[in-house]
Design a protein around this ligand. Structure first.
Ligand code: SF4
Ligand code: FE
Length: 485
């Protein structure tokens, strides 16, 4: 396994084409806006090397019998699924942000099943290709970007009817030794911190869309790939050089638009090539795993709750009964998020490939809660913190020899707490609920791994309504013709 330092150094060797603010970024690794997100991924390497986290962060590879980082593992038991949930919460609670590495793990687990099922039905050889790729990822301890979401254009039209055919990523050329693909993947979490990009289709498809039913893995710096970094609210604070106003001084997340401008994919890296009838399965299995992965939000919630209790104490309001009750409510909501992820893992099962899959109904319930509860938790945090978290002047004002004294004097709360510490905790709450971390904690909770309606559709499909009705009718004495047959 790689150390955190080796991970960062391995990224330096990549030749990524990255754009931000309209300009090409020459040094991606040390860029002040990108670096905190890299630090968060580096944490997944660092903790895997620490004995106290060994059980949760590492696992024995079912392929080689060697110890590997859990982020490169294919789940072999319910225990593996439960530990994946625990890993997500733990890392969220250590970084206070999105640590990005789950998407590739979820993509690989979904592919381990779909490639197996495709081969069984169609006599293809995708599973062996995938396993060879997996062996490489495990041996090198790589971070993979799981690239699913296409730009999608007009939401009312399938891929082949879009005016611009590139709005879903597609195969544009077949060659003897592989294929050429064109298109883009949007909102790609951790894209420029990844060694490999694993592409999957974004929706289920029909025959007319078969050129869009494609899955493969390419190195993140393959020719033709460019990254355009997404902006985050308050991102420029990371460029200011201070250490108070950005709230979280160490970690962050990032998203990027990834352009595939006629990228060649060698045959041995293709895991689906026009088998449109399996696109839906791959999407659903990936989505189920990623909906489980949102245990990370409970981890980030831990940080926000800790910050809220702290600010209540700094404000001198911690003993007020309504404040105590609000913090209980935050904990209740946060633990409910965790319950959903643990539950879908505990109710997991073995698929024909040998991979363990979460209970998909419960994974959808988990994610549906995630689309709501972080917003409620954030609202309560802002309620307890008070308006100062958005009206506070800057660090430079606080440090100013002329006006700093006024800030020191008038922003004092609890007499035993320094004004500076009060400002720091307020900035952390601002970061989590309005700043760069709010991307991951709020809007990403809403839309990541599928927007709320996607889970509601899955919930309606997966509950056994007939059985519920049968029992209800039986209990009150309703007899139907079908009962008598
Ligand atoms: Fe992992 Fe959570 Fe980030 Fe998704 S949002 S990549 S589950 S940390
Ligand atoms: Fe996500």
């Amino acid at each position: 396994m790689k150390t955190a330092e080796e991970y960062v150094e391995s990224l330096r060797k990549l030749n990524l084409v990255v754009y931000m603010f309209g300009e090409k970024v020459d040094n991606v690794v040390d860029h002040p806006i990108i670096r905190p997100s890299m630090n968060a991924v580096a944490k997944t390497y660092e903790l895997a090397g620490r004995p106290e986290f060994e059980d949760i962060m590492t696992v024995t590879s079912h392929r080689t019998g060697k110890k590997v980082n859990r982020f490169t593992h294919i789940h072999q038991s319910v225990d593996d699924l439960v530990k994946k949930t625990k890993m997500g919460r733990m890392l969220g609670s250590q970084t206070g942000c999105c640590f990005q590495r789950c998407v590739g793990m979820d993509a690989m687990n979904a592919l381990s099943m779909t490639t197996f099922d495709m081969d069984a039905k169609l006599g293809t050889e995708y599973n062996q290709r995938f396993l060879k790729f997996l062996d490489y990822v495990q041996a090198e301890d790589l971070t993979c970007d799981g690239a699913m979401t296409d730009p999608k254009g007009d939401r009312g039209l399938p891929p082949h009817q879009q005016k611009d055919p590139d709005l879903f990523l597609r195969i544009v050329e077949d060659r003897e030794d592989g294929i050429v693909v064109r298109g883009a993947k949007a909102h790609q979490t951790g894209a420029v911190n990844s060694h490999e990009v694993i592409v999957m289709p974004t929706i289920s498809m029909r025959e007319a869309d078969k050129d869009y039913a494609v899955s493969f893995a390419v190195p993140a710096d393959a020719e033709g790939i460019s990254y355009i970094m997404g902006r985050q609210s308050c991102d420029l604070r990371k460029m200011e050089g201070g250490n108070m106003d950005q709230g979280n001084l160490f970690f962050g997340g990032h998203e990027a638009l990834v352009i595939f401008d006629d990228v060649f994919v060698p045959r041995e890296r293709i895991f689906m090539c026009r088998e449109y009838e399996f696109a839906g399965q791959l999407v659903e299995q990936f989505a189920s795993y990623h909906r489980q992965s949102y245990a990370c939000k409970a981890g980030v919630g831990d940080v926000l709750i800790g910050a809220t209790q702290t600010v209540a104490e700094y404000n001198g309001a911690a003993k007020a009964s309504h404040v105590k009750d609000k913090i209980i409510e935050m904990n209740h909501l946060n633990e409910t998020l965790y319950c959903g992820s643990i539950a879908c893992a505990s109710e997991g099962h073995k698929e024909p490939s040998g991979t363990y899959l979460v209970n998909t109904l419960l994974a959808n319930v988990c994610k549906q809660n995630v689309t709501r509860f972080p917003y409620d938790i954030a609202r309560l945090a802002q309620d307890v913190a008070g308006g100062l978290m958005v009206t506070l002047p800057s660090e430079k004002d606080f440090l100013s020899p002329t006006i700093g004294k006024w800030m020191e004097k008038y922003y004092k709360g609890n007499e035993t707490i320094s004004t500076e510490n009060r400002m720091r905790i307020l900035r952390l709450i601002e970061n989590l609920t309005l700043g760069t971390a709010a991307v991951g904690y709020l809007t990403e909770s809403m839309h990541g791994a599928g927007s709320p309606q996607a889970q509601r559709i899955m919930i309606s499909r997966q509950v056994n309504m007939k059985e519920k009705q049968r029992v209800a009718k039986k209990l009150c004495g309703i007899k139907e013709e079908s009962d008598e047959k």
